[in-house]
Design a protein around this ligand. Structure first.
Ligand SMILES: NC(=O)c1ccc[n+]([C@@H]2O[C@H](COP(=O)([O-])OP(=O)(O)OC[C@H]3O[C@@H](n4cnc5c(N)ncnc54)[C@H](O)[C@@H]3O)[C@@H](O)[C@H]2O)c1
Ligand SMILES: CC(=O)N[C@@H]1[C@@H](OP(=O)(O)OP(=O)(O)OC[C@H]2O[C@@H](n3ccc(=O)[nH]c3=O)[C@H](O)[C@@H]2O)O[C@H](CO)[C@@H](O)[C@@H]1O
Length: 466
């Protein structure tokens, strides 16, 4: 039986709804789903303590909620209990907030008046959405939650997922009915990793509920932790769609400048100079050619495309944008090979040092970094590749990349430097010094144009960029 999530409050027609008083023995509270301000004594349980869930748990704890942080990964829980941040974005002090208890014991989920699910939603090898984590989390929560609980999904999904996947899992595991015995909402996370000015509290939080009263309750909950405020979406589907749409928009816009850079390169016109000139127009949007990595922008457009195709409409622009961005690693490998050829270097005797391995500057997350694809392309030509990234965890790099990494930066024996992820410290490199340390006819492939072409040329580099 699929519960249809509607906007009309199913309780409206039966007068005063019997409030679902939570069992006081669980230390919970009587919850009034009337839109009244949620008492700080509400307990929030966050399910999934990754890049989204952990800052969320900390945010609620810092707003004086009691927080249960639940994760199935014992190692993650152990590290968090020891004050070790597994995401690299939070201080040990923040993680060790007295109001948070970290656990891998699912039984503690029942203490949550609000249960917020922040588990992964990856794509599979066929670029199709994998909602198995959401379903599994729904079953785990459903088997533990008490009547009166509000379950809020934050994972990025396609419109309809809460209704089609999460609610059935919750109902099956709990034998309760959504909208009567428990309540559901959806609120996407919009914080930007590595951007301290756009964290949880700083970005308007889109919120939604299965009916008006749940919407108000969810809105009140998030208003108490998000300084920027909330946007009340008219339905859960609108909130679900808003997230994949905002990321798909970004992906398509980046694809435009990536395609532009490939076209202009063939015209022998510098794309950066063109974007700089075009950027002087007040309404020209600032996007830069580059490797599009991370587990959001390269992923979420596939969620949108999948759901659209199910209704018989193929979003060709979204899909083409993805294809363009997926072609960038090969294009960058091509630029590198051309630079080595310009130096009359034999590819199989050449060594390339890749600077920056994570998916974007300022973060250490190498999961779904597209730099790995560039490395694989170069390996096809037997080019010897090594890497250096001051942000990325060495062990994680070894697992994800087939290349040796430097503990400390050295240009000895290197023919070409590939600046793939321009962490701020690389901007301080003195190209004259670097060129002198490199082999004869040094090459610099400066993916995102960190350095001026003239500066590189003056230092003696063969220079390429997107
Ligand atoms: N990382 C971001 O910047 C970001 C931003 C916005 C939205 N999102 C979305 O948020 C969701 C989570 O992303 P993330 O980056 O935090 O993922 P993550 O991989 O960093 O963390 C997910 C955590 O969930 C845990 N987990 C998996 N299954 C579980 C289960 N059944 N019960 C409890 N815990 C479980 C994992 O052990 C892991 O610790 C995804 O849908 C993602 O698209 C991510
Ligand atoms: C709509 C939006 O803003 N969403 C953000 C995004 O955050 P993100 O961490 O994925 O970071 P982005 O900045 O989007 O970068 C992605 C990749 O694109 C490359 N890039 C970027 C700009 C450019 O002009 N040229 C490029 O080449 C960059 O190097 C990197 O590899 O998704 C999160 C999860 O949903 C959101 O929460 C967060 O708000």
């Amino acid at each position: 039986m699929t519960t249809t999530l509607t906007n009309t409050d199913p309780r409206a027609d039966d007068g005063e709804h019997e409030q679902n008083a939570r069992d006081s023995t669980t230390g919970g509270t009587t919850l009034e789903h009337t839109g009244e301000v949620v008492a700080r004594d509400a307990t929030v349980c966050v399910v999934g303590l990754g890049y989204v869930g952990l800052p969320l748990a900390v945010g609620f704890a810092q707003s004086n909620y009691r927080v249960i942080g639940f994760d199935i990964n014992d190692e993650t829980v152990d590290k968090l209990q020891s004050g070790i941040d597994t995401t690299g974005d939070l201080s040990s002090e923040a993680i060790s907030d007295d109001d948070i208890s970290y656990t891998s014991n699912a039984g503690q989920i029942s203490e949550g008046d609000y249960v917020i699910i922040t588990v992964p939603t990856p794509i599979d090898d066929d670029d199709q959405p994998d909602l198995s984590y959401v379903e599994q989390a729904g079953r785990t929560v459903g088997s533990r939650m008490d009547p009166g609980t509000t379950v809020i999904l934050e994972s990025t999904v396609y419109p309809g997922t809460t209704e089609e996947v999460l609610v059935p899992a919750l109902e099956d595991a709990s034998d309760l009915t959504a909208g009567e015995d428990f309540f559901v909402g959806y609120s996407p996370e919009r914080a930007t990793p590595g951007d301290p000015e756009h964290g949880l509290a700083d970005v308007i939080k889109v919120v939604s509920g299965q009916n008006e009263k749940v919407l108000e309750d969810v809105a009140t909950l998030y208003e108490s932790v998000v300084d920027a405020g909330v946007h009340r979406a008219p339905s859960i589907s609108v909130a679900e769609a808003s997230k994949v749409v905002e990321n798909a928009q970004r992906d398509v816009n980046i694809a435009f400048v990536n395609e532009l850079s490939m076209a202009l390169e063939r015209m022998d016109v510098d794309a950066h100079a063109v974007l700089e000139a075009a950027g002087t127009k007040w309404n020209f949007h600032d996007y830069r050619p580059g490797l599009v990595g991370g587990h959001c922008i390269p992923v979420d457009p596939y969620f949108l495309a999948h759901r659209s195709a199910r209704e018989g409409f193929e979003p060709d622009l979204v899909k083409t944008g993805r294809a363009v961005n997926e072609s960038v690693p090969e294009h960058i490998a091509d630029l590198t090979i051309k630079a080595l050829n310009d130096c009359h270097k034999t590819l199989r005797d050449s060594r390339v040092l890749v600077l920056g391995l994570s998916y974007k500057p300022g973060v250490g997350d190498i999961r779904s970094s597209k730099v790995a694809d560039v490395v694989d392309e170069l390996a096809e030509y037997s080019v010897d590749v090594e890497g250096f990234d001051p942000f990325a965890d060495t062990d994680a790099v070894q697992d994800a990349f087939s290349l040796e990494t430097q503990e400390s930066l050295s240009f000895e024996g290197i023919d070409a430097v590939l600046l793939a992820t321009p962490h701020a410290e690389f901007e301080q490199l003195d190209l004259e010094v670097v060129a002198a340390e490199l082999e004869d006819c040094p090459a610099l492939i400066d993916v995102t144009g960190t350095f001026e072409e003239a500066t590189a040329a003056d230092a003696g580099f063969v220079y390429r960029r997107l």
